[in-house]
Write a protein that binds this ligand. Structure first.
Ligand code: SAM
Length: 313
């Protein structure tokens, strides 16, 4: 389908930016250089700081979810791309019972190859009986599953989750980091609704664009269009309210949304100060404009009160 390649290429962009920022010392990730080749481009300090806030805030919420559930939980990463969270959590002893990654087939095929070829990645997948099931585009190991699916095809997504042994009775964190914005809201609504109906104890972390109705938002949209990349889901990215409503309207109990300017003030300030010293920032205005056009959203439903209601940044 037209534009699909461009959407998949956004993963390469994100991955390169993350690797660059890790090498600059913004946060630690011993696995990213194994999954993401070194890029040639230099990235501006405001981009690095943006990725720092994005990765750090999502990590904080994931950690709180895993600790609150005493690791008796699952994580499903929708549009996972080259993400390394599974390996980082395992290294920290914060791994859930099961971690499922889903993306387009071309993306998962490449990730499959990379995992196969890198001992340090493979070693973390080791199962008790040593059995790992591989296909060209999918991996099923003990607590790690990488599967291909088009998130617009609900029946395919549901089947793949079931192939991975998703236990609908366990607290489950679904996350979408810069993913839903590429998908028409009729499909993301359907997915968010399905989760609400079928996984009673659940949290959703969504990171993506917001305030896209203004001039700067339009520039961002036009910029991507020149690369044949369309924000089909932009209708849900108009405001923090529309970002929260997309969950509440599909049956979730509660949702919070804050823009990245505000996220920055919620991060551990000692670390923020360390990061501030890494690179001189001469475009604070650009940083603030960028930050006010991205947000972090987290939604929950928790009928048995395992503690998801109180989780926040
Ligand atoms: N979540 C990763 C991260 O933040 O590093 C990757 C983000 S990248 C900007 C967007 C990802 O969403 C890509 O890997 C893309 O292939 C995936 N994606 C977008 N639409 C999708 C769809 N309909 N089905 C499956 N994956 C999709």
């Amino acid at each position: 389908m037209a534009g699909e390649d461009a959407v998949m290429a956004t993963n390469d962009d994100a991955a390169q930016c993350k690797r660059f920022a890790v090498e600059k010392g913004y946060w630690q990730d011993p696995y990213i250089s194994l999954l993401v080749p070194k890029g040639k481009a230099n990235h501006a300090p405001e981009i690095n700081k943006g990725y720092y806030a994005r990765v750090t805030s999502i990590r904080i919420l994931i950690q709180k979810f895993v600790e609150t559930t005493n690791r008796e939980c699952q994580i499903v990463s929708l549009g996972a791309g080259s993400d390394t969270t599974y390996w980082c959590l395992k290294e920290q002893g914060l791994n859930p019972k099961s971690y499922i990654e889903m993306d387009f087939l071309a993306v998962t095929s490449r990730k499959c190859q990379q995992i196969k070829n890198k001992k340090a990645l493979l070693d973390k997948l080791a199962t008790e009986d040593g059995d790992i099931m591989w296909s060209k585009s999918e991996v099923h190991a003990g607590d790690y599953h990488l599967v291909s699916a088009d998130l617009r095809q609900l029946s395919e997504v549901v089947k793949k989750l079931s192939d991975c042994g998703l236990d609908r009775s366990l607290p489950t964190l679904f996350m979408a980091e810069c993913v839903l914005v590429y998908i028409d809201v009729k499909y993301t609504d359907q997915l968010i609704h399905w989760i609400s109906e079928n996984v009673p104890t659940a949290m959703f972390i969504n990171y993506e664009q917001v305030n896209m109705g203004d001039k700067f938002g339009q520039v961002m949209i036009d910029n991507l269009k020149t690369r044949d990349c369309y924000l089909h889901g932009v209708a849900a990215c108009q405001s923090l309210q529309t970002q929260k409503d997309r969950f509440i309207n599909q049956g979730w109990t509660g949702a919070s949304a804050i823009d990245m300017l505000s996220v920055y003030t919620h991060l551990p300030q000692a670390d923020v100060q360390r990061v501030e010293k890494l690179e001189f920032l001469d475009e604070r205005e650009l940083l603030e404009q960028l930050y006010s056009h991205y947000c972090l959203v987290w939604a929950h439903q928790d009928p048995t009160n395992v503690g998801l209601k109180d989780l926040s940044l």
